[in-house]
Write a protein that binds this ligand. Structure first.
Ligand SMILES: NC(=O)C1=CN([C@@H]2O[C@H](COP(=O)(O)OP(=O)(O)OC[C@H]3O[C@@H](n4cnc5c(N)ncnc54)[C@H](O)[C@@H]3O)[C@@H](O)[C@H]2O)C=CC1
Ligand SMILES: O=C(CO)COP(=O)(O)O
Length: 321
């Protein structure tokens, strides 16, 4: 058993800490809010995961240095917080294996999480943990399968052994680009599927959008140098299926509210919003055709109505599948 640090005490970071501590690891969980840390220590509960008990081997801390004193560090902050976190604490991360657990593309740079790590913590080794899993399922001890990716096969295998538990089953990959693209894009497609359901366009339309969205994910991923088969795995199709069909998904739920109301909520921070903007901009610059992502970006920015978006998708030229 090893010592593992987790930075970010939201739903996912807390759920991973619970799962790893249950499996016998000593886990330090860093939250930036000292009050939240004190409450977690005292009650052995987290407001992010009501009902889940924090195991003895899980140690909430407000000291990022304390949580970072381990070889393997899981980064479970929201995607847009990753770059500032790395920059502000760069000296803590030298020679560490940094496993990004966030899903998305950095809006400022257009980069996925492992490339943000390579840029902002160049002496660390980047890895990714991604795939279909709701935090509350993990905290409840329900069976979950995820992908762990690192460029080096031996490192991916070591992480797979270290972080797998009897109920959290990790498959390994060396395709960082594919795993990152799948995790980012599935949130955008989930927003689109939510819009379809919210607007009352039906489940057949959702299945069509999910499938055409998958084609878009593959196109984008391959343009980033990913292997096509990675997109058919847990971190691609697996997560797309979960997120586009579950009311528990925040991205799907945000899309559903948008579809029902006809307009996006202001100040929403759902992960797929920034990612839609970032991917649409990158795709445009690269001449890639990404009509669903383009429309999600336009919808969240209020540049098209739901009716116009549906009309634009339906009026695209007929062509081979
Ligand atoms: N919730 C879930 O079921 C899953 C979430 N993820 C991914 O994990 C990442 C985190 O998501 P959640 O834990 O669900 O989010 P959350 O919204 O539950 O929590 C985010 C946490 O990060 C903290 N935070 C925000 N900015 C920060 C900063 N600059 N420095 C330190 N902490 C900061 C917030 O205070 C909050 O505690 C996202 O990228 C999400 O896509 C992945 C798989 C499942
Ligand atoms: O990534 C997730 C499931 O794998 C969680 O999805 P949401 O962020 O849409 O809730």
């Amino acid at each position: 058993m090893s010592r593992i640090g987790i930075l970010g005490a939201g739903a996912f970071g807390t759920a991973l800490a619970i799962a790893l501590a249950r499996a016998g690891h000593e886990v330090a969980l860093w939250a930036r809010d000292a009050g939240a840390v004190a409450a977690m220590r005292e009650t052995r509960q987290s407001p992010r995961l009501p009902g889940a008990r924090l195991p003895e081997g899980m140690h909430p801390t407000a000291s990022i240095a304390e949580a970072s004193a381990t070889e393997t560090l899981l980064l479970a902050v929201p995607m847009q917080a990753l770059a500032p976190l790395l920059r502000e604490n760069a000296t803590l991360f030298r020679q560490k294996t940094l496993v990004a657990c966030c899903k998305g593309i950095d809006l400022e740079s257009g980069l996925p999480p492992h490339r943000i790590i390579a840029r902002d913590a160049p002496e660390a080794s980047p890895a990714l943990l991604s795939g279909p899993s709701f935090a509350d399922d993990i905290a409840a001890g329900l069976p979950t399968a995820l992908t762990i990716a690192a460029a080096d096969e031996a490192r991916a295998e070591a992480l797979q052994r270290e972080l797998s538990t009897p109920v959290l089953r990790l498959y390994r990959s060396t395709d960082l680009e594919g795993v990152a693209a799948g995790g980012a894009l599935k949130n955008v497609i989930a927003i689109a599927c939510g819009v379809v359901i919210g607007a009352g366009l039906g489940e057949s339309a959702r299945a069509a959008l999910l499938t055409r969205g998958f084609a878009e994910m593959r196109r984008y991923a391959e343009a980033q140098g990913a292997q096509a088969e990675t997109l058919a795995g847990l971190s691609g199709l697996g997560d797309l299926a979960l997120t586009c069909t579950s009311e528990k998904s925040r991205n799907f739920a945000f899309g559903k509210r948008l579809g029902a109301a006809g307009r996006a909520e202001t100040l929403a921070t759902t992960e797929g919003i920034a990612t839609a903007r970032a991917v649409a901009a990158r795709a445009r610059a690269a001449g890639l055709e990404m009509p669903i992502t383009e429309l999600v970006a336009a919808l969240v920015d209020g540049r098209v109505s739901v009716a116009e978006a549906a009309e634009r998708l339906l009026s695209r030229p007929l062509r081979p599948e």
